[in-house]
Design a protein around this ligand. Structure first.
Ligand SMILES: *[C@@H]1O[C@H](CO)[C@@H](O)[C@H](O)[C@H]1NC(C)=O
Ligand SMILES: *[C@@H]1O[C@H](CO)[C@@H](O)[C@H](O)[C@H]1NC(C)=O
Ligand SMILES: *[C@@H]1O[C@H](CO)[C@@H](O)[C@H](O)[C@H]1NC(C)=O
Length: 387
């Protein structure tokens, strides 16, 4: 009797542990991130560059927002899907002083941002003056001033994050691609670009350390994508036919991106040692983007390198006339770089950026931790590696 009871008990425990997902067996509660603070470039810009240098025009935003929404995309970016999945509103651009609400975070990213300051203007080089160090100054200022403003009460209190949100927030990063193209656009060789990557990453580490020093604890860091699969790079920097891979991507630029990513991963490992209370997740977005492009046909994206919004050439891309570009014909403005019929069947939006459909695909692959080190899902990113 006793033995049959205990075997029933054992069996019950066995069955119930089988039917539970592993995360529940470990009994860790999902994290509660009350805010997101994002640092980056156009891959996660939700209106920063638009606020400072003029709005991104139509047809940007057409697939989701119905009109331009400060994003270089037909709709949502990966950072928007991240905010949605954490139950937070889309995060407002810090530089956007009209109609913004920073209760649940702020976005310091601007299109064209690099980690290192570029010593050129936007109009000279196309790179944003809001490099990562500037984004970090903005964050520092926001941390202090948001609390001063909150104390005014009334509507101001409803527009700013609470003090404690800063230590509980998720700090997200997606930056580095423009540091690589910056060298190539100055006619540097691959070896010359590689040679400055350590300096770029040392400046990246400094910013993460600064944020930690101000109380940030949870970091979600995207690596850089296969920049050699983007028309704005391979149409501008000459390469040999033998350097084009089987999917049409330019190998030298992708190899530099992979080199950057290996070094970034080492930098993250160093940061884990230097910042003992930080939970830092490194996310291999490169692999997701490359597999999306290389399996494009199977996944419903028959021409993954060809832009949806553009004009001319093999890739529907022209270096001088970008997405939404117009010319004057007999006094009338004529759209010569319109969007395609079905953006959802394209990976590439405008030669530089991914479409909403691609961003959603990327988000869905990374959200469960399959591409993360440690393999932490997004909603568990407050737990430290090995804890
Ligand atoms: C910008 O100029 C400073 C000072 O001359 C230099 O240290 C830095 O490396 C330059 N940045 C780049 C990206 O070349
Ligand atoms: C700002 O957003 C928060 C959270 O969504 C909301 O509670 C608050 O009312 C908003 N403030 C204004 C002025 O709309
Ligand atoms: C790079 O090389 C091209 C072709 O030789 C030249 O037209 C361009 O001016 C050079 N750019 C820079 C920044 O030196």
């Amino acid at each position: 009797m006793a033995s049959s009871l205990s075997s029933i008990l054992v069996l019950t425990i066995f069955i119930s542990s089988l039917s539970l997902p592993p995360s529940l067996v470990l009994a860790k509660d999902p994290c509660h991130f009350p805010a997101i603070f994002n640092f980056g470039d156009s891959n996660s810009d939700t209106g920063g560059l638009s606020a400072a240098f003029g709005q991104a025009g139509p047809p940007h935003g057409q697939s989701f927002f119905g009109s331009p929404a400060g994003r270089y995309c037909d709709g949502r970016l990966v950072i928007d899907f991240i905010a949605e999945s954490l139950g937070l509103p889309y995060i407002s651009a810090f530089l956007d002083s009209t109609g913004t609400n920073f209760t649940h975070g702020a976005n310091f990213a601007t299109a064209g941002s690099t980690i290192r300051p570029q010593n050129t203007t936007l109009h000279q080089s196309g790179f944003s003056p809001i490099s990562l160090n500037v984004q970090s100054y903005e964050f520092h200022d926001f941390l202090a001033r948001s609390q001063v403003v909150r104390k005014r009460g009334g509507v101001f209190e409803t527009l700013m994050p609470k003090q404690e949100y800063f230590s509980n927030a998720l700090y997200t990063f997606d930056i580095g691609q423009n540091d690589l193209t910056a060298g190539y656009f100055l006619n540097m060789s691959t070896d010359e670009v590689k040679a400055y990557v350590p300096d770029v990453l040392s400046q990246f580490k400094t910013v993460v350390q600064n944020i930690y020093g101000q109380g940030g604890r949870y970091f979600w860091i995207h690596n850089t994508g296969p920049v050699g699969c983007l028309p704005y790079v391979f149409e501008r920097v000459p390469i040999l036919a033998s350097q084009v891979d089987e999917y049409g991507c330019a190998s030298p630029f992708n190899e530099v991106a992979e080199f950057f990513n290996r070094e970034l991963k080492k930098a993250v490992e160093q940061l884990r040692k230097d910042l003992p209370l930080a939970a830092i997740t490194y996310v291999d977005v490169y692999s997701v983007k490359y597999s999306l492009i290389s399996n494009g046909k199977k996944l419903g994206f028959p021409k993954p390198l060809r832009t949806c919004c553009g004009h001319g050439g093999k890739f529907n891309f022209n270096l001088n006339v970008g997405c939404g570009g117009k010319i004057k014909k007999q006094g009338k403005e004529v759209l010569i770089a319109p969007a395609c019929q079905n953006p959802a069947a394209h990976v590439n939006w405008d030669g530089v950026h991914f479409t909403q459909a691609a961003n959603q695909y990327i988000f869905e692959r990374i959200v469960d931790g399959s591409f993360s080190d440690p393999p932490t899902p997004l909603n568990m990113a407050c737990y430290r590696k090995g804890h």
